[in-house]
Design a protein around this ligand. Sequence first.
Ligand code: SF4
Ligand code: SF4
Ligand code: SF4
Length: 254
Amino acid sequence: MSETTNIPRVVVIGLASCFGCQINITNIESHLMEVLGQIDVRYWQLTSSDTMPDEFDVAVIEGAATTKEALETLASVRERAKVVITIGACAATAGIPGMAAPEWQDRINDVYGDNTPAIVSDIACKPQAVHDVIKVDYEVPCCPIDPYAFVHVLQKALYGSNEYSRTSTMCGECKRNERGCFYGRGILCMGMITKQGCGARCPNLGRPCNGCAGLSPDANLDAARVVVQHSGVPLKRFNDALAMFNQDDPRIAL
Ligand code: SF4
Ligand code: SF4
Ligand code: SF4
């Protein structure tokens, strides 16, 4: 916290991302002013071209690390921040940028062919989730984040909480919504193995879950694959969908 005011000094940083999660924070106008009244936003990459200050208390990070500069930024942020919060699937799981992780150097060749500029080779690194580079204190999951989930996590970071951290998959939340299951219609849904917490937002809106909250600690991938096969959904589709938001999770290896 700032020594002079006791108001936490916050920086909001964007790495490789679409900035959608940062934009989503601005979608809670009514809460935002209350939130902003409790923090001192010293730097917000989306809203200002100011440079990042040397001192701050809380770092909010969106996006995956895909360059050596990003790795250095993360190390430097971790040294200075008392609390690090990641927002969104790109930061929490490497997300969409992470889909290039398994053969990331081949992806560069796909784009540039034999004419890869030296600068690209010099700056690029394997896409990584933030927690694979530095210690992360709090994560706001999903693609994009639920802005109210961000406020909830920020509140925990600022004031502490003894809230129980749930580990179960999303099907329980979905069942409580009484919307039926996509597998009964032979449609792929990743809720079986995805971290609960979003309230089964997509199935509740009539769309299957694509797993943007990442793999649940309780996920039983073997059992899920049996269900997928019994439902008539090609297993390859399930495995491909798994890779989208879980590149950094060794459990997805076949
Ligand atoms: S998690 Fe989704 S919405 Fe957020 S920055 Fe990444 S791609 Fe954009
Ligand atoms: S629709 Fe998806 S989240 Fe809902 S019960 Fe079926 S698999 Fe689970
Ligand atoms: S239902 Fe699935 S895809 Fe939709 S927000 Fe929740 S975790 Fe993400």
